[in-house]
Design a protein around this ligand. Sequence first.
Ligand code: FES
Length: 153
Amino acid sequence: MDETLHNLLAPYKDKSEALIPILQHVQGELGYLSDEAMLAIAGTTGIPESRVYAVASFYAQFYFTRRGKNQTKVCSGTACHVKGAARILDTFERELGIACGTTSEDYEHTLETVACVGSCALAPVVVVNDEVHGQMESGRVGKIVAGLNTNGG
Ligand code: FES
């Protein structure tokens, strides 16, 4: 086991009841749940690896591949769809240079769609790093992406 993982998991030895907090802690530190991390979690807690995967897979908050530092989520719920979410998504794909559902090679950006985020009155909605942008227009996408690139995240 790598040293970072070893240190992260040290407090959880045999703590099988703490699986969700462990998954959250490890993902919070590493950005995602690698195969190595999942194996280490199983080994540390004594929970079978298949069970660790089953639990983590159940929750949309857990990721098994490395994601970008900036995460852009275009709402694809009905209200946003009707108000032109597809066009907004196209523009993000072009500005970020990545397809929906992928992460850039430099791990700066991940672009994906999400189900309704509960702000339908603001449709179409895009969530960038947890910040909600309502009544989105294609013309605003370039500025948002430039801001992410300028801030270095
Ligand atoms: S459908 Fe997009 S916020 Fe509800």
